[in-house]
Design a protein around this ligand. Structure first.
Ligand SMILES: [Zn+2]
Length: 100
């Protein structure tokens, strides 16, 4: 029980960090991403899909509009996030889940 409530608080803190990151300068935003990842690791939490898309998965900078190029790739059925810092691409599929 105790552990569950700690994890809930940790999740909230992660959300708050991302919220702060969206309002901060690049340098601070990156720091908030770093902290959020650290919390997630400590509590073995998954960062939600929604938040995952807000930072680079290679160099972990916070994606502001001027730091990322977002394109859709209809061939792969994916949205491609190209990081302006490390130039690497992170892809997220937009294909709808198939009913099994
Ligand atoms: Zn990057």
């Amino acid at each position: 029980m105790q552990r569950d409530s700690n994890r809930k608080i940790a999740l909230e803190r992660i959300e708050i960090l991302f919220e702060l990151a969206s309002k901060s300068d690049d340098k601070f935003a990156d720091r908030y991403v770093y902290l959020a990842r650290k919390i997630a690791m400590r509590y073995t939490l998954k960062i939600s899909q929604n938040l995952k898309k807000k930072f680079c998965h290679h160099c972990y900078i916070y994606f502001k509009l001027n730091r990322v190029t977002i394109r859709t790739n209809s061939k792969n059925k994916a949205i491609e996030y190209t990081c302006s810092d490390c130039k690497k691409v992170t892809r997220y599929g937009y294909r709808q889940k198939k009913n099994k």
